[in-house]
Ligand binder design. Structure first.
Ligand code: XIL
Length: 413
């Protein structure tokens, strides 16, 4: 998440807080290479709006002025000529309301919010627990939904057993940890071969500040950047057809993206098999602008790579950087209030302008929301505990102004 203000600070704090959280990712991947069909999208929207909105009501964000929910088109049909579209979800949510029906109607791709990360899959060296991940795959296959693999290597969900060992002999230690990494990647990619169309092979490996290119993770401290090459090469060897992604947040920030592009170019120069870049897109109603996202997609296309939007949500809180260290977070908004209604309006405008950018780029082959409906979002607990409403559907599953804004150009949020 990267509100306006001081990106570097905010990104640092986000990383800091996320490192306390712990979890993992799964990503999906698309077909061929990049290429843009041109621009799209307007400029940045402001954090407030003069547009009127009657959005309100008890279920959190529905509005009496919104179109009849029964007329809502299927997102997967609506965007079929552009990209796969879908949501992050975990298996226990797939049978619940409103998630179940929304997935069946709208999703052509899903990502495991948690269950395909190395924690929980990697129990110990060579021992795996695929129970929950396989349940999600079974749900997807039963309903004709594609699955993104997320994520093989992420500093927040790398179990400590990867790093066990005697470091007095670093040559032997590095060989041991490298072997564990390559075995894990090989076994997991092999397990899901033919069941996921892409993998986020590494997640969040870019430094948040200008003093370094790479995140100073446990992996980096042991191997420098070599662990990235090991992971991608092992993944490619295990499944020659699955698309391989490097996934990152704040790619819309030019400075951070510059570091990411340095990493990607290095991989290409070394012949490391990377197919695409995942843009997490944890944003808010005031940031980033369409132009910033446009630049992010274009930079990836210039390398001949695929773009995926992997974890999109639009927070209604445009917090300053201090919130990411736990102070100065904006107060919770209450559904039905004028401020809440304004947030729903600006959120819809942000979704619209960014989807206009996505659809203008043929390199964008999948767009995934980080959650299905506002009843379940990680932003209720990040960066602080506070109810958020960042998704396209309200807590009861009703299409919000944001939904109508992306499917109906004639709709006024
Ligand atoms: C988050 C999940 O949504 C949370 O439930 C979990 O506690 C922590 O991880 N970037 C990522 C995702 O790549 O895997 C994270 O998912 C959100 C940030």
């Amino acid at each position: 998440m990267m509100p306006s203000g001081k990106p570097t600070d905010q990104m640092n704090r986000r990383g800091l807080l996320l490192s306390v959280a712990a979890s993992g990712l799964v990503a999906a991947c698309g077909g061929g290479g990049g290429g843009s069909s041109g621009g799209g999208g307007g400029g940045s929207s402001s954090s407030s709006s003069s547009s009127s909105s009657s959005a309100s009501s008890s279920s959190s964000s529905s509005s009496s002025s919104l179109p009849d929910p029964a007329t809502a088109p299927s997102l997967k049909t609506q965007f079929a000529s552009h990209f796969k579209i879908g949501f992050a979800v975990d298996p226990w949510l797939t049978s619940q309301s409103p998630t179940h029906d929304l997935l069946l109607k709208h999703a052509s791709t899903i990502t495991a919010e948690s269950v395909m990360k190395a924690n929980p899959i990697g129990v110990s060296a060579g021992v795996y627990d695929f129970t929950q991940a396989d349940a999600l795959i079974a749900f997807a296959q039963a309903n004709g939904i594609n699955v993104r693999g997320h994520a093989l290597v992420w500093h927040q969900t790398s179990p400590s057993w990867f790093f066990d060992g005697d470091r007095s002999d670093m040559t032997a230690y590095k060989a041991l940890v490298r072997s564990r990494l390559e075995t894990y990647v090989t076994d997991v990619v092999t397990h899901f071969k033919g069941k996921v169309y892409c993998w986020d092979v590494v997640n969040e490996v870019t430094s948040d500040d200008a003093s370094a290119t790479y995140r100073n993770s446990d992996w980096y401290q042991i191997f420098g950047s070599d662990f990235i090459d090991y992971a991608f090469r092992a993944a490619r060897a295990a499944d020659p057809s699955v698309k391989l992604f490097i996934n990152e947040y704040s790619t819309e920030d030019a400075a951070k993206r510059g570091r990411l592009m340095t990493i990607v170019q290095g991989m290409l120069d070394r012949g490391v098999p990377v197919d695409g870049v995942g843009h997490q897109m944890h944003i808010n109603t005031g940031y980033p602008s369409a132009a910033q996202v446009e630049a992010a997609l274009s930079d990836v296309e210039a390398k001949g790579l695929i773009n995926h939007v992997t974890e999109m949500d639009v927070s209604i809180y445009n917090d300053s950087g201090s919130c990411y260290s736990g102070t100065g977070c904006l107060p919770a908004l209450t559904p039905g209030t004028a401020a809440f209604n304004t947030a729903m309006t600006t959120q819809a405008q942000k979704y619209r302008e960014l989807f206009n950018v996505f659809t203008a780029h043929t390199s964008v082959q999948a767009v995934t929301m980080w959650g299905v409906a506002d009843n379940h979002t990680w932003l209720d607990n990040y960066p602080v505990a506070r109810k958020n409403y960042p998704l396209l559907f309200d807590a009861a599953g009703g299409p919000k102004a944001a939904f109508w804004a992306i499917v109906d150009p004639g709709f006024t949020p």
